[in-house]
Ligand binder design. Sequence first.
Ligand code: ATP
Ligand code: MG
Length: 510
Amino acid sequence: MLAAIRSASVIGIDALDVTVEVDVVPGLPSWTIVGLASNAVKEARERVSAALANSGFDVPSRRVTVNLSPADVRKDGTSFDLPIALALLAATGAIDAATIQGLVVAGELGLDGSIRPIRGTLSLACAAARAKATLLIPQANVAEAMLAGSRGIAAAVTLGALVAELRAGGPALVDWDTARRTDDSTCADTPDFADVVGQAAAKRALEIAAAGGHNVLMMGPPGTGKTMLARRLSGILPSLTEEELLEVVAIHSVGGLVIPGTIPSRTPPFRAPHHTISLAGLIGGGPGPRPGEVSLAHRGVLFLDELLELPRHVLDAMRQPLEDGRVVIARAAHAVAFPARFQLIAAANPCKCGHAASNDGRCQCSAADIERYRSRLSGPLADRIDLHVHVGTVEIASLGSAPNEEPSTAIRKRVAAARERQRARYANLPGVRTNADIAGRWLLANGCVSGDAHAEIADAARKLGMSARGFHRALRVARTIADLDGETGVGRSAMAEALHYRGLAMARGS
Ligand SMILES: Nc1ncnc2c1ncn2[C@@H]1O[C@H](COP(=O)(O)OP(=O)(O)OP(=O)(O)O)[C@@H](O)[C@H]1O
Ligand SMILES: [Mg+2]
Protein backbone atom coordinates (compact mmCIF):
# COMPACT_ATOMS: atom_id res chain seq x y z
CA MET A 1 0.00 0.00 0.00
CA LEU A 2 1.12 3.57 -0.67
CA ALA A 3 1.17 6.47 1.84
CA ALA A 4 2.51 10.02 1.61
CA ILE A 5 3.40 12.70 4.15
CA ARG A 6 4.71 16.26 3.85
CA SER A 7 8.16 17.29 5.00
CA ALA A 8 10.74 19.85 3.85
CA SER A 9 14.37 20.11 2.90
CA VAL A 10 16.38 23.11 4.09
CA ILE A 11 18.68 24.48 1.39
CA GLY A 12 20.74 27.41 2.60
CA ILE A 13 18.21 28.89 5.03
CA ASP A 14 15.17 28.28 2.84
CA ALA A 15 12.82 25.33 3.29
CA LEU A 16 11.57 23.57 0.19
CA ASP A 17 8.47 21.36 0.30
CA VAL A 18 9.26 17.66 0.04
CA THR A 19 6.70 14.87 -0.14
CA VAL A 20 7.79 11.58 1.40
CA GLU A 21 6.07 8.66 -0.32
CA VAL A 22 6.39 5.13 1.01
CA ASP A 23 5.20 2.09 -0.93
CA VAL A 24 5.07 -1.34 0.70
CA VAL A 25 4.48 -4.24 -1.69
CA PRO A 26 4.79 -8.03 -1.40
CA GLY A 27 8.21 -9.35 -2.42
CA LEU A 28 11.62 -10.12 -1.01
CA PRO A 29 12.34 -7.92 2.06
CA SER A 30 14.26 -4.88 0.83
CA TRP A 31 14.51 -1.08 1.30
CA THR A 32 15.16 1.42 -1.45
CA ILE A 33 15.38 5.20 -0.92
CA VAL A 34 15.24 7.30 -4.10
CA GLY A 35 15.00 11.05 -4.81
CA LEU A 36 18.53 12.56 -4.70
CA ALA A 37 19.09 11.51 -1.08
CA SER A 38 22.47 11.98 0.62
CA ASN A 39 24.12 9.21 2.63
CA ALA A 40 22.68 10.60 5.88
CA VAL A 41 19.17 10.23 4.42
CA LYS A 42 19.89 6.73 3.10
CA GLU A 43 20.98 5.68 6.62
CA ALA A 44 17.41 6.50 7.72
CA ARG A 45 16.59 2.92 6.78
CA GLU A 46 18.60 1.53 9.69
CA ARG A 47 17.34 4.10 12.22
CA VAL A 48 13.68 3.77 11.16
CA SER A 49 13.76 -0.06 11.24
CA ALA A 50 15.36 -0.16 14.70
CA ALA A 51 13.11 2.62 16.08
CA LEU A 52 9.97 0.86 14.84
CA ALA A 53 11.04 -2.49 16.26
CA ASN A 54 12.09 -1.01 19.62
CA SER A 55 8.81 0.92 19.88
CA GLY A 56 6.82 -2.29 19.48
CA PHE A 57 5.74 -1.95 15.83
CA ASP A 58 6.13 -4.52 13.06
CA VAL A 59 8.86 -3.88 10.54
CA PRO A 60 7.37 -5.11 7.25
CA SER A 61 9.18 -8.08 5.72
CA ARG A 62 8.26 -6.86 2.27
CA ARG A 63 9.60 -4.57 -0.42
CA VAL A 64 9.72 -0.96 0.83
CA THR A 65 10.33 1.92 -1.58
CA VAL A 66 10.77 5.44 -0.23
CA ASN A 67 10.57 8.33 -2.70
CA LEU A 68 11.49 11.89 -1.73
CA SER A 69 9.81 14.22 -4.19
CA PRO A 70 10.69 16.47 -6.05
CA ALA A 71 13.48 14.16 -7.12
CA ASP A 72 15.74 16.92 -8.50
CA VAL A 73 16.24 18.67 -5.13
CA ARG A 74 19.10 17.32 -3.01
CA LYS A 75 18.00 16.04 0.42
CA ASP A 76 20.44 16.04 3.28
CA GLY A 77 20.39 15.48 7.04
CA THR A 78 18.47 13.22 9.36
CA SER A 79 15.14 15.06 9.49
CA PHE A 80 13.42 12.63 7.10
CA ASP A 81 13.57 9.75 9.63
CA LEU A 82 10.28 10.64 11.32
CA PRO A 83 8.24 11.32 8.14
CA ILE A 84 9.52 8.05 6.64
CA ALA A 85 8.54 6.13 9.80
CA LEU A 86 5.03 7.68 9.92
CA ALA A 87 4.41 7.13 6.20
CA LEU A 88 5.56 3.52 6.61
CA LEU A 89 3.15 3.01 9.52
CA ALA A 90 0.34 4.52 7.41
CA ALA A 91 1.29 2.34 4.43
CA THR A 92 1.10 -0.82 6.57
CA GLY A 93 -2.18 0.28 8.14
CA ALA A 94 -0.76 0.71 11.68
CA ILE A 95 -2.08 4.30 11.71
CA ASP A 96 -4.87 5.96 9.76
CA ALA A 97 -3.42 7.86 6.76
CA ALA A 98 -5.95 10.68 7.37
CA THR A 99 -4.32 11.59 10.73
CA ILE A 100 -1.05 12.58 9.04
CA GLN A 101 -2.66 14.50 6.16
CA GLY A 102 -2.47 18.11 7.38
CA LEU A 103 1.00 17.79 8.96
CA VAL A 104 4.49 18.90 7.91
CA VAL A 105 6.79 16.47 9.74
CA ALA A 106 10.53 16.50 10.49
CA GLY A 107 12.64 14.73 13.11
CA GLU A 108 15.54 12.37 13.66
CA LEU A 109 14.94 8.97 15.21
CA GLY A 110 17.11 7.24 17.78
CA LEU A 111 17.34 3.45 17.64
CA ASP A 112 15.28 3.33 20.84
CA GLY A 113 12.40 5.23 19.20
CA SER A 114 13.25 8.60 20.78
CA ILE A 115 12.73 11.66 18.56
CA ARG A 116 15.85 13.79 18.40
CA PRO A 117 16.45 17.42 17.44
CA ILE A 118 17.23 18.52 13.90
CA ARG A 119 18.86 21.51 12.21
CA GLY A 120 17.02 24.26 10.36
CA THR A 121 13.77 24.11 12.39
CA LEU A 122 13.06 27.85 12.13
CA SER A 123 13.20 27.71 8.32
CA LEU A 124 10.76 24.76 8.40
CA ALA A 125 8.49 26.59 10.83
CA CYS A 126 8.38 29.72 8.63
CA ALA A 127 7.52 27.60 5.57
CA ALA A 128 4.82 25.66 7.50
CA ALA A 129 3.38 28.94 8.84
CA ARG A 130 3.18 30.35 5.29
CA ALA A 131 1.44 27.16 4.13
CA LYS A 132 -0.87 27.30 7.20
CA ALA A 133 0.05 23.68 8.01
CA THR A 134 0.66 22.11 11.42
CA LEU A 135 4.35 21.44 12.03
CA LEU A 136 5.21 18.24 13.88
CA ILE A 137 8.78 18.42 15.21
CA PRO A 138 10.96 17.08 18.05
CA GLN A 139 10.17 18.58 21.46
CA ALA A 140 13.71 20.00 21.74
CA ASN A 141 13.15 22.20 18.65
CA VAL A 142 9.85 23.74 19.80
CA ALA A 143 11.26 26.94 21.37
CA GLU A 144 13.07 27.73 18.11
CA ALA A 145 10.02 26.95 15.93
CA MET A 146 7.78 29.24 18.01
CA LEU A 147 9.78 32.26 16.83
CA ALA A 148 8.02 31.88 13.46
CA GLY A 149 4.81 33.01 15.18
CA SER A 150 2.55 30.18 14.05
CA ARG A 151 0.44 28.46 16.68
CA GLY A 152 0.23 25.26 14.65
CA ILE A 153 3.16 23.44 16.28
CA ALA A 154 3.03 19.95 17.73
CA ALA A 155 5.91 18.36 19.64
CA ALA A 156 6.98 14.73 19.58
CA VAL A 157 9.11 12.99 22.23
CA THR A 158 9.05 9.31 21.30
CA LEU A 159 7.71 7.38 18.34
CA GLY A 160 5.56 5.20 20.64
CA ALA A 161 3.90 8.20 22.36
CA LEU A 162 3.40 10.01 19.04
CA VAL A 163 1.66 7.03 17.43
CA ALA A 164 -0.61 6.74 20.49
CA GLU A 165 -1.57 10.43 20.03
CA LEU A 166 -2.20 9.94 16.30
CA ARG A 167 -4.41 6.92 17.00
CA ALA A 168 -6.32 9.06 19.51
CA GLY A 169 -7.11 11.66 16.81
CA GLY A 170 -3.96 13.74 16.27
CA PRO A 171 -0.99 15.29 18.06
CA ALA A 172 -1.65 17.95 20.75
CA LEU A 173 -0.61 21.48 19.83
CA VAL A 174 2.00 23.26 21.97
CA ASP A 175 0.51 25.45 24.70
CA TRP A 176 1.43 28.85 23.25
CA ASP A 177 0.53 30.99 26.26
CA THR A 178 2.73 29.27 28.81
CA ALA A 179 5.82 28.68 26.63
CA ARG A 180 8.58 31.31 26.80
CA ARG A 181 9.79 32.33 23.39
CA THR A 182 12.88 34.53 23.77
CA ASP A 183 15.51 35.18 26.35
CA ASP A 184 15.82 38.95 26.94
CA SER A 185 18.40 38.75 29.70
CA THR A 186 21.81 40.14 28.76
CA CYS A 187 24.72 37.76 29.14
CA ALA A 188 25.98 38.24 32.69
CA ASP A 189 29.49 37.00 32.03
CA THR A 190 30.32 39.53 29.27
CA PRO A 191 33.49 41.32 30.43
CA ASP A 192 33.31 45.08 31.16
CA PHE A 193 35.11 48.00 29.49
CA ALA A 194 35.92 49.26 33.01
CA ASP A 195 38.64 46.54 33.19
CA VAL A 196 40.63 48.17 30.37
CA VAL A 197 42.96 50.89 31.62
CA GLY A 198 43.45 53.88 29.27
CA GLN A 199 43.11 53.26 25.51
CA ALA A 200 40.58 56.08 25.22
CA ALA A 201 40.97 56.33 21.43
CA ALA A 202 40.26 52.62 20.91
CA LYS A 203 37.29 52.73 23.28
CA ARG A 204 35.88 55.71 21.40
CA ALA A 205 36.33 53.91 18.06
CA LEU A 206 34.54 50.82 19.40
CA GLU A 207 31.70 52.97 20.73
CA ILE A 208 31.28 54.58 17.29
CA ALA A 209 31.47 51.14 15.67
CA ALA A 210 28.80 49.74 18.00
CA ALA A 211 26.54 52.75 17.44
CA GLY A 212 26.70 52.72 13.63
CA GLY A 213 27.63 49.10 12.76
CA HIS A 214 31.06 50.05 11.36
CA ASN A 215 34.21 47.95 10.87
CA VAL A 216 37.30 48.51 13.03
CA LEU A 217 40.96 47.56 12.82
CA MET A 218 43.00 47.98 16.01
CA MET A 219 46.72 47.93 15.43
CA GLY A 220 49.45 48.11 18.05
CA PRO A 221 52.21 46.33 19.96
CA PRO A 222 51.58 43.09 21.89
CA GLY A 223 49.92 43.14 25.30
CA THR A 224 48.24 46.53 25.03
CA GLY A 225 44.66 45.32 25.35
CA LYS A 226 43.46 44.90 21.74
CA THR A 227 41.94 41.47 22.33
CA MET A 228 40.60 42.64 25.70
CA LEU A 229 38.83 45.60 24.06
CA ALA A 230 37.29 43.58 21.22
CA ARG A 231 35.90 40.98 23.63
CA ARG A 232 34.05 43.74 25.48
CA LEU A 233 32.17 44.99 22.42
CA SER A 234 29.20 42.59 22.90
CA GLY A 235 28.46 44.28 26.22
CA ILE A 236 27.65 47.62 24.57
CA LEU A 237 25.71 46.40 21.53
CA PRO A 238 21.91 46.75 21.54
CA SER A 239 19.88 43.53 21.74
CA LEU A 240 18.57 42.03 18.51
CA THR A 241 15.15 43.13 17.31
CA GLU A 242 12.45 40.51 16.66
CA GLU A 243 13.20 40.55 12.92
CA GLU A 244 16.99 40.32 13.43
CA LEU A 245 16.55 37.46 15.91
CA LEU A 246 14.64 35.45 13.27
CA GLU A 247 17.42 35.96 10.72
CA VAL A 248 20.16 35.04 13.21
CA VAL A 249 18.43 31.94 14.59
CA ALA A 250 17.63 30.66 11.07
CA ILE A 251 21.35 30.75 10.16
CA HIS A 252 22.57 29.41 13.51
CA SER A 253 20.06 26.58 13.33
CA VAL A 254 21.34 25.45 9.93
CA GLY A 255 24.91 25.81 11.26
CA GLY A 256 24.04 23.61 14.27
CA LEU A 257 24.65 26.38 16.84
CA VAL A 258 21.18 26.53 18.38
CA ILE A 259 21.30 24.40 21.50
CA PRO A 260 18.17 22.20 21.42
CA GLY A 261 15.77 22.89 24.25
CA THR A 262 17.12 26.37 25.02
CA ILE A 263 15.27 29.65 24.53
CA PRO A 264 16.91 31.73 21.75
CA SER A 265 18.79 34.73 23.17
CA ARG A 266 18.60 38.31 21.86
CA THR A 267 22.32 38.91 22.43
CA PRO A 268 23.96 39.74 19.06
CA PRO A 269 26.31 37.00 17.80
CA PHE A 270 30.01 37.39 18.58
CA ARG A 271 32.17 35.06 16.52
CA ALA A 272 35.90 34.87 17.09
CA PRO A 273 37.43 32.15 14.91
CA HIS A 274 41.13 31.29 15.22
CA HIS A 275 43.40 32.72 12.52
CA THR A 276 44.08 29.21 11.12
CA ILE A 277 40.47 29.11 9.84
CA SER A 278 39.97 27.72 6.32
CA LEU A 279 38.30 29.52 3.45
CA ALA A 280 35.20 27.28 3.72
CA GLY A 281 35.14 27.84 7.49
CA LEU A 282 35.07 31.60 7.05
CA ILE A 283 32.86 31.98 3.98
CA GLY A 284 30.80 28.77 4.12
CA GLY A 285 30.82 25.55 2.14
CA GLY A 286 31.07 21.81 2.59
CA PRO A 287 28.13 19.45 2.16
CA GLY A 288 24.85 21.22 2.41
CA PRO A 289 26.52 23.78 2.11
CA ARG A 290 26.86 25.10 5.66
CA PRO A 291 27.15 28.79 6.64
CA GLY A 292 30.63 30.13 7.39
CA GLU A 293 31.73 32.47 10.17
CA VAL A 294 30.75 35.56 8.13
CA SER A 295 27.15 34.31 8.14
CA LEU A 296 27.19 33.03 11.72
CA ALA A 297 28.21 36.60 12.66
CA HIS A 298 25.20 38.06 10.75
CA ARG A 299 23.70 41.01 12.70
CA GLY A 300 26.60 40.74 15.14
CA VAL A 301 30.38 40.86 15.32
CA LEU A 302 33.07 38.89 13.52
CA PHE A 303 36.24 39.34 15.55
CA LEU A 304 39.41 38.40 13.70
CA ASP A 305 42.31 38.53 16.13
CA GLU A 306 45.83 38.54 14.65
CA LEU A 307 44.26 39.61 11.33
CA LEU A 308 47.54 39.68 9.41
CA GLU A 309 48.25 36.04 10.31
CA LEU A 310 45.30 34.91 8.17
CA PRO A 311 46.25 33.78 4.66
CA ARG A 312 45.67 36.56 2.17
CA HIS A 313 43.24 34.57 -0.01
CA VAL A 314 41.08 33.89 3.06
CA LEU A 315 41.11 37.58 4.04
CA ASP A 316 40.26 38.74 0.54
CA ALA A 317 37.31 36.36 0.34
CA MET A 318 35.60 38.65 2.87
CA ARG A 319 35.51 41.51 0.38
CA GLN A 320 32.24 40.45 -1.25
CA PRO A 321 30.25 39.82 1.96
CA LEU A 322 31.59 43.04 3.50
CA GLU A 323 30.19 44.97 0.54
CA ASP A 324 26.96 43.06 -0.22
CA GLY A 325 25.97 41.70 3.20
CA ARG A 326 25.55 38.19 1.77
CA VAL A 327 27.61 35.31 0.38
CA VAL A 328 26.65 33.15 -2.55
CA ILE A 329 28.17 29.66 -2.51
CA ALA A 330 27.98 28.20 -5.99
CA ARG A 331 27.94 24.45 -6.60
CA ALA A 332 27.84 22.66 -9.95
CA ALA A 333 24.10 22.04 -9.67
CA HIS A 334 22.90 24.99 -7.59
CA ALA A 335 23.90 28.16 -5.72
CA VAL A 336 23.04 28.89 -2.10
CA ALA A 337 22.97 32.40 -0.60
CA PHE A 338 23.49 33.09 3.10
CA PRO A 339 23.02 36.52 4.70
CA ALA A 340 26.32 37.95 6.03
CA ARG A 341 25.69 41.48 7.30
CA PHE A 342 28.27 41.50 10.08
CA GLN A 343 30.54 44.01 11.71
CA LEU A 344 34.24 43.23 11.31
CA ILE A 345 36.39 43.95 14.35
CA ALA A 346 40.04 43.09 13.74
CA ALA A 347 43.23 43.31 15.78
CA ALA A 348 46.79 43.06 14.51
CA ASN A 349 50.39 43.84 15.32
CA PRO A 350 52.05 46.33 12.96
CA CYS A 351 54.92 43.93 12.15
CA LYS A 352 56.14 40.39 12.95
CA CYS A 353 57.81 41.43 16.24
CA GLY A 354 54.95 43.81 17.02
CA HIS A 355 56.86 46.96 17.92
CA ALA A 356 57.10 48.78 14.58
CA ALA A 357 54.84 51.67 15.56
CA SER A 358 56.33 52.12 19.05
CA ASN A 359 59.35 54.21 17.93
CA ASP A 360 61.34 53.00 20.97
CA GLY A 361 64.07 51.16 19.08
CA ARG A 362 62.75 47.72 20.06
CA CYS A 363 61.58 46.78 16.56
CA GLN A 364 64.04 44.43 14.87
CA CYS A 365 62.18 44.20 11.55
CA SER A 366 63.60 45.71 8.37
CA ALA A 367 61.52 48.19 6.38
CA ALA A 368 60.99 45.50 3.74
CA ASP A 369 59.82 42.99 6.40
CA ILE A 370 57.33 45.50 7.77
CA GLU A 371 56.08 46.31 4.29
CA ARG A 372 55.70 42.60 3.46
CA TYR A 373 53.84 41.93 6.71
CA ARG A 374 51.42 44.82 6.25
CA SER A 375 50.79 44.04 2.59
CA ARG A 376 48.91 40.93 3.77
CA LEU A 377 46.03 43.35 4.27
CA SER A 378 45.10 44.23 0.70
CA GLY A 379 44.13 47.77 -0.25
CA PRO A 380 40.53 46.83 -1.14
CA LEU A 381 40.01 45.14 2.24
CA ALA A 382 41.60 48.04 4.15
CA ASP A 383 39.28 50.36 2.23
CA ARG A 384 36.27 48.50 3.68
CA ILE A 385 37.45 49.11 7.25
CA ASP A 386 35.93 52.36 8.48
CA LEU A 387 37.88 52.96 11.66
CA HIS A 388 41.62 52.35 11.81
CA VAL A 389 42.86 52.92 15.33
CA HIS A 390 46.29 52.77 16.91
CA VAL A 391 46.41 51.03 20.32
CA GLY A 392 49.57 52.24 22.06
CA THR A 393 51.43 50.93 25.10
CA VAL A 394 49.85 51.44 28.53
CA GLU A 395 51.74 53.11 31.37
CA ILE A 396 52.55 50.29 33.80
CA ALA A 397 52.07 52.71 36.72
CA SER A 398 48.45 53.37 35.66
CA LEU A 399 47.62 49.64 35.93
CA GLY A 400 48.26 49.68 39.66
CA SER A 401 46.00 52.64 40.47
CA ALA A 402 42.38 52.13 41.41
CA PRO A 403 40.54 51.71 38.10
CA ASN A 404 38.39 54.70 37.28
CA GLU A 405 37.26 53.68 33.82
CA GLU A 406 33.76 54.09 32.41
CA PRO A 407 31.68 50.89 32.73
CA SER A 408 30.05 49.21 29.73
CA THR A 409 26.54 50.09 30.97
CA ALA A 410 27.22 53.84 30.50
CA ILE A 411 28.61 53.33 26.99
CA ARG A 412 25.73 51.01 26.12
CA LYS A 413 23.21 53.78 26.96
CA ARG A 414 24.85 56.24 24.54
CA VAL A 415 25.01 53.54 21.85
CA ALA A 416 21.31 52.74 22.34
CA ALA A 417 20.37 56.44 22.03
CA ALA A 418 22.37 56.78 18.80
CA ARG A 419 20.76 53.62 17.40
CA GLU A 420 17.32 54.99 18.24
CA ARG A 421 18.08 58.17 16.24
CA GLN A 422 19.10 56.00 13.27
CA ARG A 423 16.01 53.84 13.58
CA ALA A 424 13.76 56.92 13.49
CA ARG A 425 15.64 58.46 10.53
CA TYR A 426 15.59 55.28 8.41
CA ALA A 427 12.11 54.06 9.46
CA ASN A 428 10.83 54.38 5.88
CA LEU A 429 13.86 52.82 4.20
CA PRO A 430 13.49 49.02 4.01
CA GLY A 431 16.60 47.05 4.98
CA VAL A 432 18.37 50.07 6.52
CA ARG A 433 18.92 49.79 10.25
CA THR A 434 22.18 51.56 10.97
CA ASN A 435 24.38 54.17 9.32
CA ALA A 436 26.54 51.32 7.99
CA ASP A 437 23.60 50.26 5.77
CA ILE A 438 22.76 53.66 4.27
CA ALA A 439 23.99 54.81 0.87
CA GLY A 440 26.39 57.78 1.10
CA ARG A 441 24.37 59.38 -1.70
CA TRP A 442 21.27 59.37 0.50
CA LEU A 443 23.12 61.12 3.32
CA LEU A 444 24.33 63.86 0.96
CA ALA A 445 20.94 64.26 -0.73
CA ASN A 446 18.94 64.44 2.48
CA GLY A 447 20.69 67.41 3.98
CA CYS A 448 22.40 65.55 6.82
CA VAL A 449 25.77 67.09 5.93
CA SER A 450 26.40 70.83 6.40
CA GLY A 451 28.01 72.84 3.58
CA ASP A 452 31.24 73.34 5.60
CA ALA A 453 31.54 69.69 6.44
CA HIS A 454 30.96 68.68 2.85
CA ALA A 455 33.70 71.02 1.62
CA GLU A 456 36.05 69.61 4.27
CA ILE A 457 35.49 65.97 3.36
CA ALA A 458 35.75 66.69 -0.37
CA ASP A 459 39.06 68.50 0.19
CA ALA A 460 40.43 65.74 2.45
CA ALA A 461 39.30 63.04 0.04
CA ARG A 462 41.28 64.72 -2.72
CA LYS A 463 44.41 65.18 -0.56
CA LEU A 464 44.31 61.63 0.84
CA GLY A 465 43.51 60.12 -2.55
CA MET A 466 40.42 58.49 -1.06
CA SER A 467 38.26 56.14 -3.15
CA ALA A 468 34.57 56.85 -3.72
CA ARG A 469 33.89 54.01 -1.28
CA GLY A 470 36.23 55.55 1.29
CA PHE A 471 34.44 58.89 0.87
CA HIS A 472 31.02 57.35 1.49
CA ARG A 473 32.27 55.25 4.39
CA ALA A 474 33.82 58.29 6.10
CA LEU A 475 30.49 60.08 5.63
CA ARG A 476 28.62 57.24 7.37
CA VAL A 477 31.05 57.24 10.30
CA ALA A 478 30.64 61.02 10.60
CA ARG A 479 26.86 60.50 10.67
CA THR A 480 27.26 58.05 13.56
CA ILE A 481 29.50 60.48 15.46
CA ALA A 482 26.83 63.16 15.03
CA ASP A 483 24.19 60.67 16.24
CA LEU A 484 26.24 59.94 19.36
CA ASP A 485 26.48 63.71 19.96
CA GLY A 486 22.74 64.11 19.41
CA GLU A 487 23.24 66.42 16.40
CA THR A 488 20.70 66.49 13.56
CA GLY A 489 23.29 67.47 10.94
CA VAL A 490 26.86 66.31 10.37
CA GLY A 491 29.17 69.19 11.33
CA ARG A 492 32.86 69.82 10.73
CA SER A 493 34.08 68.22 13.97
CA ALA A 494 32.26 64.92 13.28
CA MET A 495 33.68 64.93 9.78
CA ALA A 496 37.21 65.66 11.00
CA GLU A 497 37.04 62.78 13.50
CA ALA A 498 35.76 60.36 10.86
CA LEU A 499 38.54 61.42 8.48
CA HIS A 500 41.11 60.95 11.23
CA TYR A 501 40.23 57.24 11.52
CA ARG A 502 40.51 56.83 7.75
CA GLY A 503 43.65 58.98 7.59
CA LEU A 504 45.44 56.46 9.81
CA ALA A 505 44.85 53.82 7.14
CA MET A 506 46.25 56.11 4.46
CA ALA A 507 49.27 56.95 6.62
CA ARG A 508 50.04 53.23 6.89
CA GLY A 509 49.97 53.07 3.13
CA SER A 510 47.52 50.21 3.18
N1 ATP B 1 44.87 48.53 28.77
C1 ATP B 1 44.93 47.50 29.62
N2 ATP B 1 44.31 47.55 30.80
C2 ATP B 1 44.36 46.52 31.66
N3 ATP B 1 45.01 45.37 31.41
C3 ATP B 1 45.65 45.24 30.24
C4 ATP B 1 45.64 46.31 29.28
N4 ATP B 1 46.35 45.92 28.21
C5 ATP B 1 46.78 44.67 28.47
N5 ATP B 1 46.37 44.25 29.68
C6 ATP B 1 46.66 42.95 30.30
O1 ATP B 1 47.40 42.21 29.34
C7 ATP B 1 46.71 41.03 28.95
C8 ATP B 1 46.86 40.84 27.47
O2 ATP B 1 46.14 41.81 26.76
P1 ATP B 1 45.59 41.53 25.29
O3 ATP B 1 45.54 40.08 25.04
O4 ATP B 1 44.33 42.29 25.11
O5 ATP B 1 46.75 42.19 24.44
P2 ATP B 1 46.84 42.33 22.86
O6 ATP B 1 46.99 43.78 22.57
O7 ATP B 1 45.70 41.64 22.24
O8 ATP B 1 48.20 41.59 22.55
P3 ATP B 1 48.66 40.76 21.22
O9 ATP B 1 49.03 41.78 20.20
O10 ATP B 1 49.84 40.00 21.67
O11 ATP B 1 47.53 39.91 20.84
C9 ATP B 1 45.30 41.26 29.39
O12 ATP B 1 44.65 40.05 29.69
C10 ATP B 1 45.45 42.12 30.62
O13 ATP B 1 45.75 41.32 31.74
MG1 MG C 1 45.58 39.93 21.08
